[in-house]
Design a protein around this ligand. Structure first.
Ligand SMILES: *Cc1c(COP(=O)(O)O)cnc(C)c1O
Length: 232
């Protein structure tokens, strides 16, 4: 998509997000607008950065590593939001500012070990399978406390919060409410830096913001429809 259109789309998303935050009575600027940049070119990503998004999120380690040296994300933090494969963890450690999709202790342990070896700490979110869908990644809500406690005690990672991708094609609000309740309950037993609730995409980011999201992840509403066939 052409840069001017990306700029207009980004400004419109920002306006809608600000309005949702205002209506919910939360302080201005309390939600991070993360651009979901999978399949987008460095030029397209730079256009949305120039228009004022707060962070970028990529789904595939390889794609992230290709675009990073091309300056695709310059000036903004990069999060990994894709399905996390433990055997790709070494590609991400030290390259990304946060891994949002840590759905198991095995994944957290691998990130922790590789980070500790490099002498760094990687910020992570625990991914929650809030709709308890058979095919979805993440920990089921009933097991979230156990996973979070383990991750919070893992060297090399800093557990910052939780993220979810609710079932497609359903109203997101009940899931966002459940995520916020879970986030608040978990937070009682975790350090103050457990402060991040990542939920909401193009179709429902305003609802998510109203229910307490601190990160919304928006792709299509900024860049238009994705075309997996011609670009990767
Ligand atoms: C692609 C993606 C998004 C953004 O989806 P859109 O519907 O295009 O806004 C958000 N989160 C994750 C994890 C994604 O993979």
């Amino acid at each position: 998509m052409e840069s001017g259109q990306i700029k207009r789309n980004t400004e419109e998303v920002r306006r809608r997000l600000d309005e949702a935050v205002r209506l919910s009575g939360r302080p201005a600027g309390s939600v991070c607008l993360l651009a979901a940049t999978k399949t987008r070119t460095p030029e397209e990503i730079r256009a949305c950065i120039a228009a004022g998004i707060d962070a970028c999120g990529e789904n595939r380690a390889q794609e992230l590593l290709e675009k990073l040296p091309l300056g695709a994300y310059t000036g903004k933090p990069v999060h990994f939001i894709g399905s996390f494969q433990t055997n790709k963890a070494h590609l991400l450690v030290g390259k990304v500012d946060m891994v949002e999709s840590v759905g198991s202790m095995k994944a957290g342990a691998a990130l922790g070990r590789l980070s500790a070896e490099k002498g760094i700490v990687t910020d992570i979110l625990a991914e929650v399978n809030i709709g308890c869908e058979a095919e979805k990644a993440g920990v089921v809500p009933e097991k979230a406390a156990e996973l979070c406690e383990l991750l919070a005690n893992t060297e090399g990672v800093r557990l910052r919060g939780i993220m979810a991708i609710p079932p497609a094609g359903e109203d997101g609000t009940p899931y966002f409410v459940r995520m916020r309740e879970l986030f608040e309950a978990l937070g009682k037993n975790l350090p103050a830096h457990f402060d991040t609730l990542s939920m909401g995409m193009s179709g429902d980011f305003e609802k998510a913001a109203r229910e307490g999201a601190t990160i919304v992840r928006v792709g299509t509403a900024i860049f238009g429809e994705r075309n997996y066939g011609t670009k990767k």
